[in-house]
Design a protein around this ligand. Sequence first.
Ligand code: KIV
Length: 270
Amino acid sequence: MSTHADSKPWTVPALRQAKQAGQKLVMLTCYDYGFARTLDAAGVDLILIGDSLGMVVQGHDSTLPVTVEAMVYHTRIVARGLARALLVADLPFQADATRERALVASTQLLQVGAQMVKLEGAGHKLEVIRFLAERDIPVCSHLGLTPQSVLSFGGYRVQGREEAAAEKLLADAIAVANAGASLLVLECVPSALAARITAAVDIPTIGIGAGAQCDGQVLVLHDLLGLEMGHRRPKFVKDFLAEGGSVAGAVRAYAAAVREGSFPDAAHSY
Ligand code: KIV
C-alpha cells in the first residue's frame, strides 16, 4: 500500500491507512500560530493542542486548571497556521465528565479548526467516546499515564508494569478502539506492552514514553526544544535542538528519527 504523500493534507481515514502501510506518524504539541506554521512546514503529520499548555504555557503544576475557553483560544490560533497537519485538541479536565458536556466542548473545538478531540481514560469514558464518534466527532483516546488523573495516581508514574495492570491496559485499549476512537495515545507504558497494544488494535497508536513500536510518536514541543520547565525531565524526553541547530531543524530531526525508527531508543523508553 502506498504511503501518504508529503504535500497532501491529513484526514482521519488516512491515519488508519498509514498504520496499514507501516508509515510512522509524527506528532507534536503546539500552542500558537508561529510554531504551527513552522511545524506544519517541517512535515509534522499531527498537531496536538495539549492541555499540557496549562504547565508549559500557563505555568501551573498540573493540567487540571485548563479550561475549555483556553483550549478554544489556542485551537483557533494554531488552526490558522496549518495547511497539512491534522489538528487534535484536548478536552480539558472534566469537559468529558458527561456525554453532553463532551459534545458541547468538542463542537466548540471543531468549530474553530480542530479535526479530532482527545480524551483521557476508558471506563465510564467509553460511552463518551461512542457518543462523540456516532455524532461525527473523531476521537483520540489517551491511556497509560493520563495526567488528568494525577491526584488519583499520586504522581506522574509509568503505568502497566505489573501483569494485572498490563492486562487491564490492553483490555482498555481494545475497548476504546471498539467504542469508536480513531487514534490512541499511550503515555509512559513499558515498550513491550505498547507493542502488544499496537498489534491488538487497528487504529494507530502514538507513543510518548511507550517505545519505538507504536505507530507514531508525540512529544511536548517545549521538551523537544530543551526548554527548562522547572520540574524533573521524564526519561522519554529528548532535546532535538542541539542536533537540529534551529527550531525547524530540531523538528525535522525529530520527524526523521521517528520515521526511521531511531527515536525513541532504549535510553528514552521504559
Ligand atoms: O497534553 C499533552 O500535551 C498531551 C501529550 C503529552 C500527549 O496529552
